[in-house]
Structures are given as C-alpha cells and as structure tokens.
Design a protein around this ligand. Sequence first.
Ligand SMILES: [Zn+2]
Length: 50
Amino acid sequence: MSETCQGCQGQRVTAHTTVAVELDDQGNQVSKTREYTAPCGTCHGNGTVD
Ligand SMILES: [Zn+2]
C-alpha cells in the first residue's frame, strides 16, 4: 500500500540548498547560498512510499 511521501508531501520534488564559494570584486572568498528544487530523496521522485 502506497502512502503520500512525508518528505515532499507528495510534491515529488523538494527544496535543496547548496553553498558555493565565489570571489567578490576584491578577490575575497564569499559563500553564497543557492536554492534549487530536485527530486525528493525519500521517495526518489515518486511522490509516494510503500
Ligand atoms: Zn518524497
């Protein structure tokens, strides 16, 4: 019996964040956080779990 995935609430994708280190105008390292959506890791994009 399949149930709605609690990890993504059945949306199949979840928000992820990643931190990238970039250089500013002065050549200093700054970390920037980026958000993106990717297939849910809990249900592997199915939206449901057994
Ligand atoms: Zn899921």
